[in-house]
Design a protein around this ligand. Structure first.
Ligand code: B12
Length: 506
């Protein structure tokens, strides 16, 4: 069967800077199984509608497979209007994170024929068998379709126990030159090289999947209900992948992911040994959870070319961390940050989020205090967004915070999580936005103290450090006067109700 995959822009105003690894994996697996997959990397190419339709016509596939994350929703909706008009008879399938918890909308409103949830390889293979007249649709786990005008979502999951069975991604299907050179400066690598005096590599960068999934089920992430479990590639598999990229594409800087990679000490030791022996001139970054950071792990990593290690700090208030289901504490986060910064050459990287249900002036102040104490300087600060597929999204639906799903999907389209979509606090929107600025202000204050050469733009100083501070603090003073006491929503439970999402009931 011939399938044409189309990647979609995470942001329409700028080209994607990471390759569409999901469909690259699907391509190589389907090819290995006798199918004919190809990719139009629209996330990069940005063909105008006519050119894109011409390409589809020329390729004349049996199936059109669209891939994306939820921020591509509006784009996919527009694309499907045209595709449905021009190619009414082609089979249209959608996969990727965009599908989670909105299968009915994709089937009924965007008029896809099939939705494939979570990992796609084996499900697509079964679906192709079904489309060729073999197998039963109802027996394919994790796919959704319309039946008697109702949305059917087959339960269950179908994926590899051993992910080493996956062939390497189809690198030949995308513009490797673009993807390996688009990230031409990586500040944390520059700092690492300055600190260690190590030789500057050729700046050719690429992400490598070392593991899939996560050990945890944070309420703002998709791993509780979808993409379940944690699967680690063997060291040999990852090294083979790295070798392929190193030898064929000259890659010298790797980022290992996706959510979690080196967290078992023995695995980390074996992996670092193999990297040091085979690619002594290659550098890499990876992601971890702060509770997996310890002295032994760090000394192993410090004895390698790992230049940065990132984790989600999220909040320094333990109640908020509980609402986020982080299974972690402020203490673990600050310890990990300090251990990495003070005991190694690596740069710690962490990110924060504000506006979680239960957030108050006090909980944000806890985060600000922790940033001050740990002297954290550069870090991303997001506003908690209830993306579909997560517990927070289901909670927002249950609590009536998301009433019109189509409108919500449009609101989160084409935007980063630095924007507010749903206000999950009792405060006005501008206060939640200011919470983010207050946290950034502290990061900037730390930067001023640690780097004498760093200057804040005067307008930023006046607006954020003076006006925002004044309005924000005054708002809470007045609120405290009116309520007569400090607010505390620390006992919020996101699972107070049995979370069953009714898809297709609207
Ligand atoms: C890398 C990554 C990014 C990259 C690029 C993502 C991309 N490819 O477009 C970058 C850094 C740009 C990014 C940005 C953001 N991201 Co992001 N990101 C990820 C991450 C960590 C890994 C994705 C990945 O590469 N997986 C590995 C590949 C191999 O798997 P895959 O893509 O899932 O593909 C498989 C299946 O999905 C399926 N499949 C995929 N496509 C298709 C197509 C068809 C037809 C079929 C049948 C199947 C299929 O089969 C594939 C193979 O099994 C995920 C978390 C995660 N663990 O998945 C979050 C994740 C996708 N991101 C997320 C979010 C929210 C964001 C941001 C909004 C966050 C922010 N800070 O602002 C921004 C959006 C940018 C914007 N609009 O401004 C959410 C998305 C939630 C959702 N419901 O869509 C995720 C799931 C994290 C989370 N919170 O849980 N992200």
């Amino acid at each position: 069967m011939k399938i044409l995959f189309i990647s979609t822009p995470t942001r329409t105003y700028t080209k994607n800077y990471l390759p569409p690894l999901g469909i690259m994996y699907l391509c190589s697996y389907l090819k290995e199984n006798g199918h004919e997959p190809i990719i139009i990397d629209q996330a990069l190419e940005r063909l105008d509608t006519d050119k894109l339709m011409d390409r589809i016509r020329k390729e004349n596939p049996d199936v059109i497979g669209i891939s994306g994350i939820i921020t591509a929703f509006d784009y996919v909706r527009g694309l499907m209007e045209t595709i449905n008009k021009r190619f009414p008879d082609k089979i249209k399938i959608i996969g990727g994170h965009i599908t989670l918890d909105i299968e009915d909308i994709l089937l009924k409103k965007l008029k896809f024929d099939y939705v494939v949830n979570s990992y796609g390889e084996k499900k697509l293979l079964c679906l192709f068998d079904y489309l060729s007249g073999e197998g039963i649709l109802e027996d394919i786990p994790g796919i959704a379709y319309l039946k008697d005008n109702g949305c059917v979502i087959n339960p269950g999951e179908l994926y590899f126990r051993n992910i080493d069975e996956l062939p390497l991604p189809a690198y030949d299907q995308v513009d490797m030159e673009y993807y390996s050179t688009v990230n031409s400066t990586i500040i944390k690598l520059d700092r690492y090289l300055d600190k260690t005096g190590k030789k500057r590599p050729e700046m050719r960068y690429f992400p490598v999947i070392g593991a899939l999934g996560c050990t945890d089920k944070c309420s703002f992430c998709i791993h509780e209900f979808h993409f379940k479990g944690f699967r680690l590639h063997s060291v040999d598999y990852v090294i083979e992948n790295v070798r392929h990229l190193y030898e064929n594409y000259g890659i010298r800087v790797f980022s290992f992911g996706e959510d979690l990679f080196l967290f078992r000490t023995k695995y980390a030791a074996d992996f670092i040994k193999a990297m040091n022996e085979n690619f002594p001139d290659a550098y890499f970054s990876c992601a971890i959870r702060s509770d997996y950071v310890n002295g032994e792990m760090l000394s192993i990593l410090n004895n390698s070319n790992c230049f940065t290690i990132g984790f989600g700090f999220e909040s320094a208030n333990d109640n908020i961390l509980n609402v986020l289901y982080k299974r972690n504490t402020r203490k673990n986060n600050t310890n990990a940050y300090n251990l990495i910064r003070e005991g190694t050459n690596m740069a710690p990287a962490c990110s924060f989020m504000v506006g979680t249900p239960g957030e108050t002036e006090k909980t944000v102040d806890d985060t600000i205090d922790a940033i001050r104490e740990a002297k954290i300087t550069d870090s991303a600060v997001f506003i908690t967004n209830p993306y579909p597929g997560t517990r927070l999204y289901r909670w927002c639906i249950e609590h009536g915070l998301i009433k019109d799903r189509m409108r919500f999907l449009s609101d989160i389209s084409d935007r980063d999580a630095i924007k507010l979509s749903i206000n999950m606090t009792p405060y006005p929107d501008f206060i939640v936005k200011m919470m983010r600025i207050m946290v950034i202000n502290q990061l900037e204050r730390n930067k001023i103290e640690s780097d004498p050469g760093f200057r804040l733009p005067p307008l930023n100083r006046i607006i954020n450090h003076i006006f925002v501070l004044l309005i924000y603090r005054s708002y809470f003073r007045i609120r405290k006067l009116l309520h007569g006491k400090e607010e505390d929503f620390g006992d919020i439970q996101l699972n107070e109700k049995k979370t069953v999402l009714l898809r297709g009931e609207e």
